[in-house]
Design a protein around this ligand. Structure first.
Ligand code: CA
Length: 233
């Protein structure tokens, strides 16, 4: 296989020429191939025809809403979707994440943030494809032995309650990825608990006290206000 064929393909859906140019320069300069769409309908066609590895999707498009585009793609594809939103689009952002978008970037964003998000999305997608799971996860001083269901901090075993463990496990299974409140509540407490966001605040506080050096300024267990949580390595 030639090197060219192995380059991940990214579909950029954005109607603003300046942001599109920024994305084109940043992505092609960092080892990605890109496809561009300026409208939602065009994005749906390209997503189906070209099967990109990642989709970067602006929420404010001239024809159909980006939120709707994300929902339609999710009906048939699990391709990672990173949404681009403006500061005044918080509600749309939450809706897009609920419909299955994977992550988001708020404009304006920098090239490093962009590349980091894409890397996480690609890693997560390839992991989902191969179903391959590392039995031991470690980041900084935290180590999770998934086979034995044990958690260590700096080599010392930390006792977690079953729900604390499930919450931590759900986060570390997709390191770096934003996991929505609903996803976490469903994974830990079950489908009837999707609105109990306060459970998460309480349990995340407990996890931080047990695992973070400075629970008030967490390095790993990060809150994305109004959206969900992310485990940073
Ligand atoms: Ca726009």
């Amino acid at each position: 296989m030639s090197q060219c064929e192995a380059l991940p393909l990214i579909l950029v859906v954005e109607d603003e020429p300046e942001i599109r140019r920024f994305l084109r320069v940043s992505l092609t300069g960092n080892g990605y191939q890109i496809l561009e769409a300026t409208k939602g309908e065009e994005a749906l066609t390209l997503a189906a025809d070209k099967k990109p590895d990642v989709i970067i999707l602006d929420l404010g498009l001239p024809d159909i809403d980006g939120t709707e585009v994300a929902g339609k793609i999710r009906e048939w594809s699990q391709v990672p979707i990173i949404i681009l939103s403006a500061r005044n689009q918080e509600v749309d952002k939450v809706a897009a994440l609920d419909l299955g978008a994977d992550d988001y970037l708020t404009k304006p964003f920098g090239v490093y943030e962009l590349l980091a998000r894409i890397k996480v999305a690609l890693k997560h997608a390839s992991r989902a494809k191969t179903e391959e799971e590392e039995p031991v996860f470690s980041a900084g001083k935290i180590c999770v032995d998934m086979a034995k269901r044990l958690v260590f901090l700096d080599g010392e075993e930390v006792h977690l309650t079953p729900n604390e463990y499930k919450l931590l496990l759900t986060l570390v299974q997709s390191p770096g990825k934003l996991i929505s409140q609903q996803q976490l509540l469903r994974a830990v407490w079950g489908p009837g608990y999707a609105k109990e966001g306060h459970y998460l605040r309480v349990y995340m506080g407990q996890l931080r006290r047990k695992l973070e050096e400075d629970p008030a300024n967490p390095k790993h267990l990060i809150t994305e206000p109004g959206l969900g949580y992310r485990f940073c390595e």
